[in-house]
Structures are given as structure tokens and as C-alpha cells.
Design a protein around this ligand. Structure first.
Ligand code: ZN
Ligand code: FE
Ligand code: FE
Ligand code: ZN
Length: 267
């Protein structure tokens, strides 16, 4: 069975996505999803970044826009309202005030920055040459653990994102991943299988099977997300995502409401 919930999709308010929320909803209906969650990029806590996230002023508009489709399509599909929030160390209280400003169903916490470098941004891809790849991964996993420990987030986004452009660690980081999995389990966060990686140079989902097995063994629960920035990508490659989840030993995923687990669905 294809998971009926896609928990990761964006809107044009972030400055780098296309399509109206209604178009995302229509695509979800077309492919038979029963639940979706909008999780557009929350305003940055440290400075405005108009090409990456919505602004503070956009938040009420975002909430109203999603509530509008939620109401209009209530008889056909369940729509959750969420945010993808950057984890920026030192900005936890500002982040908290943003994500608590509205009754969101869940918050995806994502690490996109290491030392102020947006390591997954194609515009700063050349910075990879300046960094030690293994050091980037170690810092990344430390930030993932720190992000879970804030207890601000219910889901941790694309949890091996540094591989996006195909840059891989040259040493075995299994211990780092295991330490991260333990923290995720202890803090009660879920991870996502994010199919967007298939559409990136790395051409594989986040996280890899190797990582996913470690999270499964640690008892970290799962959600599914397409990370669609275009309506046509809603629910994309979810058949592959289910195969990956099963290969790692997963048999269920989570549905959230009001930042609580609403139910567990078997697949
Ligand atoms: Zn984005
Ligand atoms: Fe992200
Ligand atoms: Fe996203
Ligand atoms: Zn994302």
C-alpha cells in the first residue's frame, strides 16, 4: 500500500516553489492521497532570506491560505498545516516564538546551515571544495542531535542532506549515525523518508538504507514526504519510498495533529 500521507511540501511564499496550494491539493487527489501536510519554509530567525523562506509578514497569509484549502477540500482530503523550520543554534527562543504562533500540526526541523553556510544551496556549492567532507558530515550529525534536543520539532527533515550533490564521507560514520539515532529516540522525534533526493544529483532518497536501518533499530518512527516545490512532485516516488522503508524493517508511519501523534498507519 502506498502511504496516504505526504507531509512535506511548499508554497510560492518561500520564493523558490511554484504552484498554488490548490494545485498541490488537486495533484494529491489525482494520485489518491488521503492526507497531505503543507510544510513551507518558516521565516528565518536570524535574518530575512527571501529566496529561501517566507517573511514574518507572510505567516498570517500562509496560515490563511492553507486553512482555506483545508476547509474547501475537507470532504475529500485531510490537510495538515505545518512548517519546515531551520535549526539555527542560538536562535531557539526566536524559532520557538515563530512555530508557536499558530496551532501547527507538526514542525519539520531541518539543518540546512553549517557555520552559516547553506551547504545544500546550489549557489554556494563551490564551498564544498573548501571544507573537509568528513568534518561537514560530523558537524551535520552534531547539529541534527542538537536540533532534536531542543524539542521544538516533531519530525527531523531529510536526515542525510549533505549527500545532495554526491559528496560522500570517506570514513565510516556509523557511530555518528547511531549516536544521532539514540538522541532521536530519546527526544521522541520522527524522521522522514524524503523522496526529493531522487530529483537531485545524488539521485537517492534521504536517508540512505544504511542510515534508515540504524534509525529503525533504535526505534525512531517514520513519516513520508515528497518535499514538493512543484505540484507535480506531490507524492512522487512513494512506491520507492515504501520499498525503502520495508527494506529497513519499517511497517508503519505516523500521522500528526496539534504536534501530537494522532495515529499510526500500517503499510
Ligand atoms: Zn525549499
Ligand atoms: Fe529542507
Ligand atoms: Fe522542504
Ligand atoms: Zn526540505
Amino acid at each position: 500500500m502506498i502511504p496516504y500521507g505526504d507531509y512535506h511540501m511548499h508554497t510560492p511564499l518561500c520564493g523558490h516553489a511554484t504552484g498554488t496550494p490548490e494545485e498541490y491539493v488537486k495533484q494529491a487527489l489525482k494520485i489518491g492521497l488521503k492526507e497531505i501536510g503543507f510544510s513551507d519554509h518558516a521565516p528565518m530567525a536570524h535574518k530575512p532570506m527571501p529566496d529561501i523562506t517566507m517573511s514574518f509578514e507572510d505567516l498570517p497569509k500562509y496560515n490563511a491560505m492553507i486553512e482555506d484549502v483545508r476547509k474547501r477540500y475537507a470532504s475529500q482530503i485531510s490537510i495538515k498545516i505545518a512548517l519546515e523550520s531551520d535549526f539555527l543554534p542560538g536562535y531557539e527562543s526566536k524559532t520557538k516564538s515563530i512555530i508557536n504562533s499558530y496551532p501547527y500540526d507538526y514542525i519539520i526541523g531541518s539543518v540546512h546551515f553549517i557555520d552559516d553556510w547553506a551547504f545544500d544551496n546550489p549557489d554556494t556549492r563551490e564551498y564544498w571544495k573548501k571544507y573537509d567532507v568528513n568534518e561537514v558530515y560530523r558537524k551535520y550529525y552534531a547539529l541534527l542531535r542538537q536540533s532534536a534536543q531542543t524539542r521544538l520539532f516533531q519530525i527531523i527533515g531529510h536526515c542525510d542532506l549533505p549527500k545532495k550533490f554526491g559528496t560522500r564521507p570517506t570514513v565510516d560514520l556509523t557511530d555518528e549515525i547511531k549516536a544521532t539515532a539514540r538522541v532521536f529516540k530519546d527526544t521522541g522525534v520522527a524522521i522522514e523518508i524524503n523522496t526529493a533526493g531522487l530529483r537531485k544529483p545524488v539521485a537517492e532518497m534521504y536517508p540512505s538504507l544504511h542510515c534508515l536501518k540504524i534509525y529503525r533499530e533504535a526505534g525512531v518512527p517514520l513519516t513520508f514526504g515528497s518535499d514538493a516545490h512543484d505540484p507535480l512532485d506531490v507524492g512522487k516516488d512513494f512506491d520507492k519510498a515504501v520499498d525503502l522503508a520495508k527494506s529497513a524493517g519499517y511497517s508503519e508511519y505516523l500521522i500528526f495533529k496539534n504536534k501530537q501523534i494522532e495515529k499510526t498507519v500500517a503499510f
